[in-house]
Design a protein around this ligand. Sequence first.
Ligand SMILES: [Zn+2]
Length: 106
Amino acid sequence: MLQFLSLMLLDDESKGYDNACVSGAMTPFADCTFCGGPVEERRVDYDYRRKGRLLIMKNVLAGVCRQCGEKYFKPDVLKRMDQRYHDIVDRNQKPEAVVEIPAVSF
Ligand SMILES: [Zn+2]
């Protein structure tokens, strides 16, 4: 069975963040709670799923475990992703792009 899901893509509008500070700075994240590995700060694309909707958040600041890849987000980043979700879903703002992806059931 093949079904298609539409999903929306939007950019994290974190203006004013100084990227140059990220690479050399000490990580603000604690070690990974799953494997104990070191967590480094990176920009990632994140699949934000909520109530059957999927929004791809591009360029989100996250802590990523170097051993297992688990992602961690600061509270203000989570809050902004939630705001963007409501902007798109409840307030009908246009996302930067809408893409179609194939999905299959096993
Ligand atoms: Zn880990």
